[in-house]
Design a protein around this ligand. Structure first.
Ligand code: PLP
Length: 472
């Protein structure tokens, strides 16, 4: 593609995206595609000869778009959000245009140094205590894996990294404690890092669905008695099911007493700590060894952008470091080479989009957006609470409401069947997209509010839709 064609199609694509962001609600929020629909439209082999961009973009609009679920639709209430914005997309485009691989300081000093600065900015907005150092990774799952590997190496004094005489098996069963409501990435990380799924201890939850710290202590004591080795606690600030907040102030001293790693998974909710009135969710974060939150969920920065903060970057680097001859540079002793702060060697220039977002919106507007979403969730919860047809199933400290239709007189099995049917109906015509979860054994409908364009009227539409979908 020559630069003239690039320019022409570039303008066209920008126009298309601008129009899309203004009118994403033109599309069915959840793709109506059936399995195999899109694949059937795509030839079995790549073309031998290049095709014109006009044709490719036309195929995108005609064949691909119908298979897209619109995460930036104002009535997307499923999962946790992945909200987006103009400045973020522009930063992403420049990053793609530069095509930088920020693996070493030398491979793009600006990428490393801007990343250091924007992570300091973010740490300040979150009012993190001094001593945390930030790095951007792809996802919370990856950072939790990093944290587990760091915990493993702390407990074993780097014996597993070095694969001492007996390697992983010789270290003894290393235990990870996390609440029953923790995200599945903890289990996945434990499997990948070699702890084994059986060594992930599911700690009970309290009446707010947060980690029950008395049960945590009981389980650690029992493990010590049985010769197992407490290694890491993963606390969740904002569980995926219902945004329950584990108390870091209560969990921290337990981690400290047993010399265990404390990792805080605040993937969604951590963003809310930029609001002074929500900062309490991170009270006790000074005990943490590591913390993750995803600006790609709730800080207008398009996927992917996961913010990982660590107390001891030297430990992180020692855990992750590789130093082949071909990666050595003469600045190594003066700079951060972020290749040693995470799992992949190659790294995208993600700081650019976060920098654009933080500057273009400013803290005030970002706080306003999060505040608006929390307010809308509370308003929705109020409607549920006031209705004698519906029931709230968990407290609503954040942007997520768990509830079900329950007019009374139906047993649990019948309620599950009827609520599943409601969900199916709500999601059929593409106006609204909701998902479900289970809170203990209770089937719950779930509304998560966090899209850039979501306003009160969209939430009211979801409520009306739910009421019109009651299966009689
Ligand atoms: N942790 C929590 C609490 C989450 O809710 C999620 C995803 O929703 C994750 C981790 C995983 O996030 P990621 O997709 O960035 O790995």
């Amino acid at each position: 593609m020559n630069s003239e064609d690039f320019r022409r199609h570039g303008y066209e694509v920008i126009d298309w995206i601008a129009d899309y962001l203004d009118h994403s609600d033109r599309y069915p929020v959840m793709s109506p595609s059936k399995p195999g629909d899109i694949k059937a439209l795509i030839p079995d082999s790549a073309p031998e000869d290049g095709e014109p961009m006009d044709t490719i973009l036309e195929d995108f609009r005609r064949d691909i778009l119908p298979g897209v679920t619109h995460w930036n639709h104002p009535r997307f209430f499923a999962y946790f959000p992945a909200n987006n914005s103009g400045p973020s997309i522009l930063g992403e485009m420049l990053s793609a245009g530069l095509g930088v691989n920020a693996m070493l300081w030398q491979t793009s000093p600006a990428a490393t140094e801007l990343e250091e600065k924007v992570m300091d900015w973010l740490g300040e907005l979150l009012d993190l205590p001094p001593g945390f150092h930030g790095v951007i990774q792809d996802t919370a799952s990856t950072t939790t894996l990093c944290a587990l590997v760091c915990a493993r190496e702390k407990t074993t004094a780097f014996a597993i990294n070095a694969a001492g005489p007996a390697g992983l098996a010789g270290a003894g069963p290393l235990r990870i404690y996390t609440s029953r409501e923790a995200h599945s990435s903890v289990l996945k990380g434990a499997k990948i890092a070699g702890f084994g799924a059986e060594n992930v201890v599911s700690v009970d939850i309290d009446e707010n669905r947060a980690m029950d710290v008395a049960d945590l202590e009981t389980r650690i004591t029992a493990d010590l008695r049985d010769g197992l080795i407490p290694c890491c606690i993963v606390a969740t600030v904002g569980t995926t099911g219902c945004t329950a907040i584990d108390s870091l102030s209560a969990i921290g001293p337990v981690a400290k007493k047993h010399n265990m790693w404390l990792h805080v998974d605040a993937a969604l909710a951590g963003n809310a700590a930029i609001l002074p009135e929500m900062r309490w969710i991170l009270d006790g974060v000074e005990y943490a060894d590591s913390l993750v939150l995803n600006p790609h969920k709730w800080l207008l920065t398009n996927f992917d952008c996961s913010a990982y903060f660590v107390k001891d970057p030297v430990h992180l680097q020692r855990t992750m470091a590789i130093n082949p001859e071909y990666l050595k540079t003469k600045q190594d002793h003066q700079v951060n080479n972020f290749r040693d702060w995470g799992i992949p060697l190659g790294r995208r220039f993600r700081a650019l989009k976060l920098w654009f977002v933080l500057r273009n919106y400013g803290a005030v507007q970002l706080r306003e957006m999060i505040n608006r979403h929390i307010g809308l969730a509370k308003e929705f919860a109020g409607w549920v609470d006031e209705s004698d047809q519906w029931e709230l199933l968990a407290p609503v400290p954040m942007n997520t409401v768990c509830f079900r239709w329950n007019p009374g007189g139906l047993d649990e099995m019948e309620l599950e069947v009827r609520n599943k049917a409601i969900l199916e109906r709500v999601n059929t015509d593409g106006t609204i997209y909701l998902t479900h979860t289970k809170l203990k054994e209770t089937y719950a409908l779930r509304v998560a509010i966090g899209q850039t364009a979501t306003q009160q009227k969209h939430v009211a539409e979801a409520w009306d839709k739910l009421n019109s979908c009651i299966v009689g």
